[in-house]
Design a protein around this ligand. Structure first.
Ligand SMILES: [Zn+2]
Length: 84
């Protein structure tokens, strides 16, 4: 299980607004922008993600094949199904 973040999240220039928990059990924590390339994506530990933004603890029971998004950091997460 790995946790992927984009560099915007890692450098705290943007909030985590888009999270997915994929069928492999991997998590992605992204800022929600569409134009990421592989170079934007970094692997860190889940603990580091929580240290960046402890509101992601709200998602810790999120099952695989589910994602969640929000428009702002203090908004409630809106879950959605990941289609393959
Ligand atoms: Zn980003």
């Amino acid at each position: 299980m790995a946790s992927f973040v984009c560099n915007h999240v890692l450098e705290k220039t943007k909030s985590i607004l888009y999270v997915t928990h994929d069928s492999e059990g991997d998590w992605q924590f992204l800022c929600g922008e569409d134009d990421h390339t592989e170079e934007n994506i970094k692997i860190i530990s889940l603990l580091q993600v929580v240290e960046l933004d402890n509101t992601i603890n709200d998602l810790h029971e999120m099952p695989i094949n589910v994602g969640a998004k929000r428009r702002k950091i203090n908004e409630k997460w809106k879950p959605f199904k990941i289609s393959n």
